[in-house]
Design a protein around this ligand. Structure first.
Ligand code: GLU
Length: 442
């Protein structure tokens, strides 16, 4: 007997990947990785009207962004394909004939229905526990349709056929499918196949307890990608929607999660979605991230914003001093772009406030002159020079710090000034201060 664990994520391509779907994919992936099994990605695209290549792409992109690799499925292949239901017509036809020959189907106004055996069906769920469903009453449990008059297939039937054909051992899916499961078990039974084990994951609700919908903030994985979240942080947050390491930790490394994840430990109560918490975990990941990973994540955002940063060697010191300020990766270009061009923009408000007073140009020239002979050029020397100059001019340190920052970056916010000037280099600092004194003051 083949004891390999085989799970599947079986999304319908609706045009977006919902956090609930992503969490289902994640729990399947965790179970597969924990058990050394296989994750199958199957696209349930029998509803032709709603399907498109783009809608599938959103799912693939979202899973890849979250680092959820699949062992079989679109773009990967595998022994049990095709992995799009729209391409599995012959298989469904074969099972349809089998059911029909066994007398389990009947025609009803052009559609085909499955004749329920009308028994009590027990779902022994790995998360929800043992549940008995009494299907004896056709009034409350009418026979399900498996094929429409136009020949197209209904979800229940193709879902079961594919789970059989793809040798799925564990079905991990949203609790909204729990009530479908007894019907699926009936199909397994009449087809004479052993059903998989089921694990239904509780729903994700909004903070206020309402059901999370497509329109709720944070519902679509694409918004996290576009808003510059850290993928491993979002994945960590999704783990916490129904699972936890039971020791109050919220940030937990994925390798450890894989090691200790157990489907039976998934919470039976509904999870409550909290975007603030996700944001907080994202901040934790950013704070503890290596500079190499931060650079890797930042580069696509820099490229998209058209920031020409030259080499990794040039970028690394800049990223090192801004990293602690970044909350979303989308902010990176604005925080670093002025390091890489002499043609940086001036924030009008900052310029008005710090560069318009009559004395601004003279003070900048004075400090630039002192900087010009500062050697070595490091944080301590820069700070000492600025403070000495301030006291010589009889002004407070801040009265030099703010105009200098705006002069060299065009912005009133940024990393620590002394670090920023060190990275910028002495010559560029002096040149920028002088140019600003000549062209942007008064
Ligand atoms: N296509 C179904 C859905 O997206 C799959 C359900 C299942 O995992 O069995 O809800």
């Amino acid at each position: 007997m083949n004891s390999e664990v085989r799970v599947r994520f079986a999304p319908s391509p609706t045009g977006y990947l919902h956090v609930g779907g992503a969490r289902t994919a994640l729990f399947n992936w965790l179970h597969a990785r924990h058990c050394g099994g296989k994750l199958v990605l199957r696209i349930e695209d029998t509803d032709k009207a709603r399907n498109s290549q783009e809608a599938v792409q959103v799912i693939l992109d979202g899973m890849r962004w979250l680092g959820l690799n699949w062992d079989e499925g679109p773009e990967v292949g595998g022994a049990y394909g095709p992995y799009f239901q729209s391409e599995r017509e012959e298989i469904y036809e074969r099972y349809f004939q089998e059911l029909k020959a066994g007398g389990h189907l009947y025609e009803d106004n052009g559609s085909w229905r499955f004749r329920s055996p009308r028994e009590i069906v027990v779902v022994d769920d790995m998360i929800c526990g043992r549940i008995e469903f009494d299907l004896s009453n056709p009034g409350t449990h009418p026979d399900i349709t498996i094929r429409r008059p136009d020949g197209s297939w209904i979800f229940h039937f193709v879902n079961v056929v594919d789970d059989i054909e793809m040798k799925i051992t564990h079905v991990i899916r949203g609790e909204d499918h729990l009530s479908n499961t007894p019907k699926h078990l009936e199909l397994f039974k009449v087809l004479g196949r052993t059903p998989p084990r089921y694990g239904h994951i509780p729903l994700i609700l909004n903070k206020d307890g309402s059901k999370m919908s497509k329109r709720d903030e944070g519902a679509s994985i694409t918004t996290y990608i576009e808003a510059g979240y850290v993928p491993e942080a979002v994945r960590n947050y999704l783990c916490m929607l129904g699972w936890s390491p039971k020791d109050n930790r919220e940030k937990i490394d994925i390798e450890e999660t894989i090691r200790i994840f157990e489907l039976e430990k998934v919470n039976r109560r509904n999870a409550h979605f909290d975007l603030d918490k996700c944001f907080w975990i994202n901040g934790q990941y950013l704070a503890q991230m290596s500079i190499e990973r931060f650079r890797e994540l930042s580069i696509p955002f820099l490229q998209k914003a058209g920031v020409v940063f030259g080499s990794n060697e040039a970028l690394t010191p800049v990223l090192t001093i801004v990293k602690e300020k970044i909350k979303h990766l989308t902010e990176v270009p604005a925080w670093v772009s002025y390091f890489f061009t002499e043609d940086y923009a001036f924030d009008p408000e900052a310029k008005q406030k710090t560069l318009s007073p009559a004395h601004a140009a003279d003070r900048l020239r004075e400090l630039a002159g002192a900087f010009a002979s500062t050697d070595p050029w490091d944080v301590a020397a820069i700070e000492a020079c600025l403070k000495t100059t301030a006291s010589r001019l009889g002004i407070k340190t801040g009265e030099l710090v703010h105009p200098t920052r705006v002069a060299v970056s065009g912005r009133s916010v940024g990393p620590s000034l002394y670090h920023m000037l060190e990275v910028l280099g002495r010559d560029r600092t002096v040149a920028r201060m002088r140019h600003t004194a000549d062209s942007h003051c008064g």
